[in-house]
Design a protein around this ligand. Structure first.
Ligand code: CUA
Length: 315
């Protein structure tokens, strides 16, 4: 399952926001029906009566109706304000104890995701795909490395702007498993629309298994073709920007590729992670996502095949 809807809450925080949305919707719908109903009633009543029909005291009655309607409007608005503030303080509450801690950093135009552990050897970094265990609160520190982005996974929480130099914190909890799409929600340049991510909410066991796999360094390539691919990778400019754990590639300005093949998408949720898309992306990333920071890389087709073979071993 894959969602991008604030009206299909998959967790406690999104449910609060969804409830608020529905309260506003039904109150506003009732007010709309009331206003239009009164308007139509007034129009038809006036049509069916002549001038000498006006009852004595009509004006005083009208003043009372207007005062009543004004008071009702004030009460309704005050009520909406109260539920809105209550929802805001509930979603902004401190994260519950025992929360999983992670850091999400916005870059033009991708998401860096750090799973920090007090034990450094249990910390790791990934990109554009966040795995979380169902039922456990997740405390997220958000940062930006360049311009203002906005972290938004509507099925799990509201939007949180990522302001450069001003880290902020949110927490969320997925209450059912699923793959929830996220999207940068603040215009951040040319490829803002292609700054997506996915949150994979899975059982605690699946999450443990995923974490264990992420913590392992990339396996050394086994086949001659994959070994050739690793040589190609290390001889091209790739390691300047990308990291592959366990190899000399340690660049930090682009997504960590240590477990690239385990991810569902490429280029921040822009392409499905298949061999064809990966090849096309490496050869001409500017065609897929114009303006992004990855340069086109020319290479012989045998080298590309070897490189793809190698990258697919990064599970
Ligand atoms: Cu990042 Cu829009």
């Amino acid at each position: 399952m894959k969602g991008l809807s604030a009206l299909d809450a998959a967790g406690v925080q999104a449910a609060r926001i969804e409830d608020l949305w529905w309260i506003f919707f039904w109150v506003c719908a009732a007010v709309f029906v009331l206003v239009i109903g009164s308007l139509l009633a007034a129009v038809f009543r006036r049509r069916n009566r002549s001038d000498d029909d006006v009852r004595p005291g009509g004006e005083r009655r009208m003043a009372r109706v207007v005062a009543g309607a004004t008071a009702l409007s004030a009460v309704i608005l005050l009520g909406l304000l109260v539920v809105s503030v209550a929802t805001g303080s509930a979603v902004g509450s401190p994260s519950p104890a025992g929360a999983l801690k992670l850091e999400v950093i916005g870059h033009q135009w991708w998401w860096e995701v750090r799973y920090d552990d007090p034990v450094p050897s249990r910390s790791f970094t990934t990109a554009n795909e966040i795995h979380i265990p169902v039922g456990r609160p997740v405390h997220i520190v958000t940062r930006s490395s360049d311009v203002i982005h906005s972290f938004w996974v509507p099925n799990l929480h509201g939007k949180r702007d990522l302001i450069p130099g001003h880290p902020s914190e949110i927490w969320l909890r997925a209450d059912r498993p699923g793959v929830w799409r996220g999207q940068c929600a603040e215009f951040c340049g040319h490829q803002h629309a292609n700054m997506g991510l996915e949150v994979v909410a899975e059982s605690p066991e699946q999450f443990q298994a995923w974490t264990a796999a992420q913590l392992r360094p990339a396996p050394p390539p086994r086949t001659p073709l994959a070994r050739r691919g690793q040589e190609v990778f290390l001889s091209l400019p790739c390691p300047t920007c990308h990291t592959v754990a366990g190899t000399p590639a340690g660049g930090k300005t682009a997504p960590d590729l240590s477990h690239l093949a385990s991810r569902r998408t490429l280029a921040a949720g822009t392409l499905p992670n298949t061999r064809g898309h990966l090849g096309g992306w490496i050869l001409d990333p500017q065609n897929v996502k114009p303006g992004n920071k990855m340069p086109p890389i020319a290479m012989e087709s045998e080298d590309l095949l070897a490189l793809l073979e190698y990258l697919e071993t990064l599970r």
